[in-house]
Design a protein around this ligand. Structure first.
Ligand SMILES: O=c1[nH]cnc2c1ncn2[C@@H]1O[C@H](CO)[C@@H](O)[C@H]1O
Ligand SMILES: [Zn+2]
Length: 331
């Protein structure tokens, strides 16, 4: 099986967790940002979360370094372009990238500049490569809430022209959904699709709440619906697709190891699952690696792989035209 050649779709990939280490060094020089080292292996080692990460919060510390050089329009555009390029070069045909616009305001950019630069980098890559994409705007649950509406308003100008959805990311506390109902409602009214990180560090109840209170159509990770029958039934009944990210799920201790990842059991039981990277650099992975790991661990046939590919197409926040294009890669 040649996993590299398979057409692939990544619906869950963070921009700031997927920066090339060499680009960090080049941007730091240009921007006169001081780095702990100029050696690409040292920078990579600082960015990659170890398999021994005690939890999600430890994993999330890896984002400070890339964010330090992602505060100009040129840097954001370049990093966006390079992420789409890296994915296209391993046969990812459709990529939804997410990031937190509020994390890129440290040097005076406006939200429009931040979002516009990310979209511009993606569009440039779409011109050059056989890849299509969209952006998802993430709100960090631990940040002050006073600027969330501004992010939603700024992104609304790009809706269906590069931006498609709203997400909540960062540390996951029990019952977080309650505090975000008004924001998710507002985003949905303006036309955003909704996906929410839930059931990664937190319980299945968080998944239940994200679907029932926030209107999540997809769930980032969702691992812990296992063991929470109500959440499990709701996800199945409402055809909510789970964006699983196997390597990241091991690093953050959402699962003990790949063998105990519920991805195949969910799929066999009719829960909609997709396979994604989460963070290409922080999780030291690619779509080829994620697909290979899952297919080898669970002895998936090519037919089973393409069932999962089809779930990704069906649940992508893409236009009908893009979905029709993606279906052409099916054998
Ligand atoms: O797996 C994850 N779970 C929750 N939050 C995450 C994960 N990966 C990255 N981020 C958070 O999302 C922000 C915007 O991209 C990142 O800065 C990081 O804090
Ligand atoms: Zn994520």
């Amino acid at each position: 099986m040649n996993h590299f050649n398979l057409p692939k779709i990544d619906l869950h990939c963070h921009l700031d967790g997927s920066v090339r280490p060499r680009t960090i060094i080049e941007l730091a020089h240009q921007q006169e940002v001081s780095l702990p080292s100029d050696n690409v292996d040292d920078i990579r080692a600082l960015m990659v979360a170890p398999p021994t990460c005690p939890n999600l919060d430890e994993y999330l510390k890896r984002f400070e370094l890339p964010l330090s050089v992602m505060q100009t329009e040129a840097a954001i555009k370049r990093i966006s372009f390079e992420l789409f390029e890296d994915a296209a070069l391993e046969n990812v045909k459709y990529l939804e990238v997410r990031f937190g616009p509020l994390l890129h305001l440290q040097q005076g950019l406006t939200l429009d500049q931040v979002i516009g630069s990310a979209v511009a980098g993606m569009k440039e890559a779409e011109q050059q490569y056989d890849i299509r994409g969209n952006y998802i705007l993430s709100i960090l649950r631990t940040m002050p809430k006073d600027r969330i509406d501004e992010v939603i308003d700024a992104g609304a100008r790009y809706l269906n022209q590069g931006v498609v959805a709203f997400d909540l990311a960062g540390s996951e506390l029990p019952g977080f959904s309650q505090e975000f109902i008004a924001y998710a409602d507002y985003a949905r009214q303006l036309g955003y699709r909704v996906t929410i990180h839930a059931g990664e560090q937190g319980s299945g109840q968080n998944v239940f709440d994200a679907v029932s209170l926030l209107g999540a159509e997809r769930i980032g990770h969702g691992i812990h619906i296992k063991g929470h029958p109500q959440a499990y039934q709701l996800v199945k009944a409402q055809s909510v697709a789970l964006e699983t990210c196997p390597s990241s799920n091991i690093q953050t201790k959402a699962v003990d190891d790949l063998a105990s990842h519920p991805v195949k059991a969910f799929h066999k039981d009719g829960v909609l699952i997709t396979i994604n990277t989460d963070n290409r650099t922080v999780s030291d992975t690619t779509m080829t690696d994620e697909v290979r790991k899952v297919m080898e661990e669970f002895n998936l046939s090519e037919d089973e792989y393409f069932e999962i590919y089809r779930v990704s197409v069906d649940n992508a926040f893409a236009s009908d035209e893009v979905k029709a294009h993606l279906l052409k890669y099916l054998p």
